[in-house]
Design a binder for this molecule. Structure first.
Ligand SMILES: NC(=O)c1ccc[n+]([C@@H]2O[C@H](COP(=O)([O-])OP(=O)(O)OC[C@H]3O[C@@H](n4cnc5c(N)ncnc54)[C@H](OP(=O)(O)O)[C@@H]3O)[C@@H](O)[C@H]2O)c1
Length: 267
């Protein structure tokens, strides 16, 4: 390929998406940044351009099929190819199910985290099939393997995304299109501001387990260099995923004993 490769990133206005845009933009990729807050995207794109990279900011809500289609069309008008899609847009509302609003919390989470990723992949795939190359990286979470209390809908979206990733990877083999899933633990971003968590136990994730957006951006870069089915980070969570897989009863007991009793009693 003589032209520079192109990455399309959803949820690029902050956190992991913004850091990944910068990381790829500094390393020779033409970057398309998509999200709803256009002014933030324009700032991110300017930063990449100031560093000598190429970037394009496009306002798009992934819960709208029309906007996603327009996003892909504008990308192709400008850059005429898409090498990598990073399906990253998402948010979580972490409350007891009975307290979640059906429309604002539940439907919207499904629309953005799960349907949004499916919608964007579906819009990009015809281009990748025609190119006979491409890489789709889906942003799941450790919550795509381990479903904890107050994460019911978020986990449903991230488990769903894992199933979608696995099936799509197998569908895309004949076209030289790779499909990977990335499953981070906690990352310090604006994500926490949208969670609306009602937890009262005061439990905090130890700081050594919390990643930065740059850590995840680096992992996405490495994953793109060498596509893999699954990347869990940090590695500590692979152990917990194994525990959940082999001893789910023990995990149920631990959560009930050390979390639910305290949290539910106080709610
Ligand atoms: N932070 C964590 O602990 C963590 C851990 C594992 C996985 N993740 C996943 O990582 C991804 C990025 O999250 P983050 O931590 O970087 O949080 P963040 O800073 O809040 O970023 C979320 C991004 O998603 C975008 N977004 C939200 N709704 C959207 C919509 N309807 N259409 C298009 N874009 C939308 C936001 O942009 P606009 O508001 O401008 O639209 C923003 O750019 C999410 O999928 C999240 O589930 C996060």
């Amino acid at each position: 390929m003589s032209e520079k490769p192109v990455i399309l990133i959803t949820g690029a206005s902050s956190g992991i998406g913004a850091a990944t845009a910068l990381y790829f933009g500094q390393r020779g990729y033409r970057v398309v940044l998509a999200a709803r807050r256009l002014e933030r995207l324009v700032e991110q794109a300017s930063e990449i351009q100031d560093l000598g990279g190429e970037a394009l900011a496009i306002k798009a809500d992934v819960s709208s099929s029309e906007q996603v289609q327009a996003l892909v069309e504008r990308t192709l008008e400008n850059y005429s190819r898409i090498d990598v899609l990073f399906n990253n847009a998402g948010f979580g509302r972490m409350r007891w199910l009975e307290k979640l609003d059906m429309e604002a919390d539940i439907e919207t989470q499904l629309q953005v985290n799960l349907h949004g990723a499916i919608r964007t992949a579906k819009a990009v795939i015809p281009t990748m099939i025609a190119q006979r190359s491409g890489h789709i990286i889906n942003m799941s979470s450790v919550a795509g393997y381990i479903a904890t209390p107050t994460y019911s809908i978020y986990a449903a979206t991230k488990f769903g995304l894992r199933g979608f990733t696995d099936a799509l990877r197998r569908e895309m083999y004949p076209y030289n299109i790779r499909v990977s899933g990335i499953y981070p633990g906690p990352v310090k971003t604006e994500f926490i501001e949208h969670m609306g968590s009602e937890r009262k136990s005061g439990f905090k994730t130890p700081t050594w387990l919390v990643l930065t957006s740059e850590d995840v951006a680096r992992a996405v870069w490495k994953l793109n260099q060498r596509p893999r089915r699954v990347v869990v980070l940090p590695g500590f969570f692979s152990g917990l995923i194994m525990l959940e897989h082999w001893f789910p009863g023990l995990v149920d007991w631990g959560i009930e004993r050390f979390f639910i009793r305290r949290e539910r009693k106080q709610s």
